[in-house]
Design a protein around this ligand. Sequence first.
Ligand code: ADP
Ligand code: MG
Length: 461
Amino acid sequence: MEKLKNYWNEFLEILEKKEEYNAITLLESSAFIIDKNNNPTIVCSGDFAATHIKKDFLKRIEDFFKYKCEKDIDIKIIVDADFIKNNNIKIEKEIKEDIKEKTINNIDSAKKIDKSNLTNLNKKFRFDNFIQGNNNRYVFEAAKLVSSKAGKEYNPLYIYGSVGIGKTHILQAIGNNYLEINKNAKVLYVDGSGFRDEYIHGLQIKKPDIFKRKYKSLDMFLLDDLQLLESAQETSKELFEIFQFLYNAGKQMVFVSDKPPKELRNIEARLKNRFEQSLILSIEPPQYETRLAIIERKIKDLNTSIDEEIMKYMAENITTDVRKIEGAIMSYLSVRDIMKITPNVSQCEEMNIFKDYFTSKPKLKNATIKEIKKRVSDYYGMEISLLDSKDRTKFISKARHVAMYLACEYSKKSVTEIGLDFNRDHASVIHGRDKIREELKSNSHLSLELNNIISSFNIES
Ligand code: ADP
Ligand code: MG
């Protein structure tokens, strides 16, 4: 039974590797024990945690244990807030140190289980729980088309974008939806490192053909995090062969990466060339409105509610990574659950509830207005004096507003003092500042510009 505890820790390790913050927050604030009747049991701090562990993770945990133990393991879930408070559940972490070496691949090394029908798909990634916004609308439509007309339109499809913005979600939704329509189809989802490990494993046991056959028999091949195959030349040669085979057989392939094909390094040239001929689409980070919609949806799916003020606060401060949104929500709900209070924004700040999730603002302290003006005018390539002038050309006004905004955020001067520096009154400064603040909510390009300007402060000039 002690073994189960190790498996539990191993499971947490896997979640950490996959950066599934919501699961980690929930499970790490719970404890895994073997009760006096020898039943493996998850002790939760409250009903919220218990309900959601049961709904979203129990099956996965039991499946994992089944892999490990090669038999069915039933896990009980109970609520015992005192137990959680009285036991330092971090103790579990010490055991975790010992198993750090073990990785997700350990799941694959489990023997004797028939894996021929394994799709690796997670049913929670669906089209109907994916929020559309300007950042992903086109990808979403293409993905739906690909899953309903597999192999006929857009084959292969290549999707890229930065971390945590729904690439894996879309990719798996394609597979799940396709399987719903074609129940007996062979679909496989795998990521770059899983694919590589499987190929190498095939070579090691001197059975590369099993690997080839498996992939060539697919009806739909979903390869995530393709960039992990960079520098894996041999594997990418193999992938090229599989690609050609499936392509000629009219089977649908979807590739996901953090970069466009032309930026892939050290990948079989012919393969890269094929990717370049795919339909290539990018997902951008969601804008404020979309982030808010995602937050609302996630909370609704958890059958709970959170004050609008808190939701907006999250949407404003988590600007790039949706995974962090999920973590922040879980973190908030756990605090509410354990402490039996409903923190407002200032309490959240005091308790630092969101410190791991908010997008960090670039650091810049006590910059002088003179310096800010210089950086801004340099960045936009204009005369510094134009910032104080009456010139209202759009481009110049914008730079002026940016400078005012930065002065308000970083100079420690009052709006009246800042106004004097810009040859204006305090109301114009507030107007300029608020205009930028507002625009930052929806314009990711502007935040990029600001980040660039702010980073220029740290460079000698
Ligand atoms: P990526 O693969 O791009 O790093 P994921 O697809 O793993 O990101 O997304 C991270 C988390 O955010 C997932 O739990 C996913 O369900 C969620 N997510 C991302 N974008 C959306 C969206 N538009 N609507 C709903 N959930 C989303
Ligand atoms: Mg992903």
